[in-house]
Design a protein around this ligand. Structure first.
Ligand code: AP5
Length: 224
């Protein structure tokens, strides 16, 4: 079977992480979320974490060279031989160019860029109600996707917390950063014929159904 090399693109809170969990369960490929990687580094107080923390707390992007190194190393791992799902990367044109160079060097190609779209008001509503599991980052929403036991993760029982950058002012700044620096990637990938759009305001399972149908079609086309 052909490789499945995917990018999840979209504003903060569009549901990239939510869809990634479902995609990984469906396709058994490794999932690299740069936000999760950076938050783990901050927790460990590693050199990467120390460098990234001040940018993340403000809702700004960490410098391109820092994050590119992290991702390029991962897609070259044996576990990613049959594919990968990238979430939160690339987020700027220089990052996308660096990724293209790395993928070409490995003799591979991107399968698709999945754009999950959601308007700003919806993003603010979602992120203010988002809660994440302290241990493994599983994602919930107080109203739209509540856990069975209030305050605790359904999957591993650990406490649910609010992310530091989910406070309303920081969310608004993250949205500005998205419109300024990340949105140009929509055009960038559309021109390459890689972009597929999904309505992120639909229910999570419905969005997942649309993504699965699109990927099934792409794979059929590749096999022809
Ligand atoms: P990151 O962690 O990547 O944050 P983000 O892109 O802002 O994305 P989120 O995780 O906030 O949202 P999501 O789309 O995954 O939504 P989710 O599924 O959780 O990055 C954090 C920071 O790290 C950045 O600000 C930056 O500093 C740094 N960084 C990361 N990558 C970088 C890079 N490449 N370059 C430079 N810096 C980088 O869903 C949100 C909520 O909505 C949840 O509560 C969920 O339950 C709910 N929900 C999801 N889908 C639906 C639905 N369909 N209907 C109703 N509710 C839904």
């Amino acid at each position: 079977m052909s490789e499945l090399n995917l990018i999840l693109l979209g504003p903060p809170g569009a549901g990239k992480g939510t869809q990634a969990e479902r995609l990984v369960a469906d396709f058994d490929v490794p999932y690299y979320a740069t936000g999760d990687i950076l938050r783990a580094a901050v927790k460990e107080e590693s050199e990467l974490g120390t460098e990234a923390k001040e940018y993340m707390d403000r809702g700004d992007l960490v410098p391109d060279d820092v994050i590119c190194r992290v991702v390029v190393e991962r897609i070259d791992r044996p576990e990613a031989r049959d594919g990968f799902v990238l979430d939160g990367f690339p987020r700027t044109i220089p990052q996308a160019e660096e990724l293209a160079t790395a993928i070409e060097r490995l003799g591979r190609h991107l399968t698709a860029v999945l754009l999950i779209a959601a308007p700003d008001e919806e993003v603010i509503r979602r992120l203010s109600g988002r809660r994440v599991c302290k241990e493994n980052g599983h994602v919930y929403h107080l109203d739209f996707d509540p856990p069975k036991n209030e305050g605790f993760c359904d999957q591993d029982g650990s406490p649910l917390i609010q992310r530091d950058d989910d406070k309303e002012e920081t969310v608004k700044h993250r949205l500005d950063v998205f419109h300024d620096q990340t949105k140009p990637l929509v055009d960038f990938y559309e021109k390459q014929g890689l972009l597929r759009r999904f309505d992120g305001t639909r229910a999570p399972d419905e969005v997942n159904g649309h993504i699965r149908a699109t990927l099934a079609t792409l794979r059929l086309e590749e096999e022809l």
